[in-house]
Design a protein around this ligand. Structure first.
Ligand SMILES: [Zn+2]
Ligand SMILES: [Zn+2]
Length: 99
């Protein structure tokens, strides 16, 4: 078992640090594993509908006693759904359409 590298990602199950090697990723704490880091960490968490849940692992820039973790999970919003094109604010000038 050589070559594990610690990542800046945390386990979606227990918030433990995720390690990865050439072939796979796994949680250092609970042992959840997957082919890639995002299969184990919070970044890859999917909604029931299949879209990304909008969670990202991020460095904790404000380490305090009540939040001592080095890496935390942030909610960044759901970004993977295709954006709907903005409809015109007004309905195409129906009032003055035809003379
Ligand atoms: Zn874990
Ligand atoms: Zn992550």
């Amino acid at each position: 078992m050589a070559g594990w590298t610690i990542t800046d990602h945390v386990c979606r199950v227990c918030f433990g640090r995720v390690l990865h090697s050439e072939k796979q990723a796994r949680c250092a704490d609970c042992g959840v594993s997957g082919a890639q880091v995002k299969d184990v960490c919070a970044c890859g968490v999917k909604l029931n509908s299949g879209g990304n849940a909008g969670l990202r692992c991020t460095k904790n820039l404000d380490v305090r006693p009540e939040c001592p973790a080095e890496v935390v999970i942030c909610y960044v919003g759901i970004t993977e759904k295709p954006a709907k094109p903005d409809k015109a604010k007004h309905g195409g000038g129906g009032l003055f359409g035809e003379v």
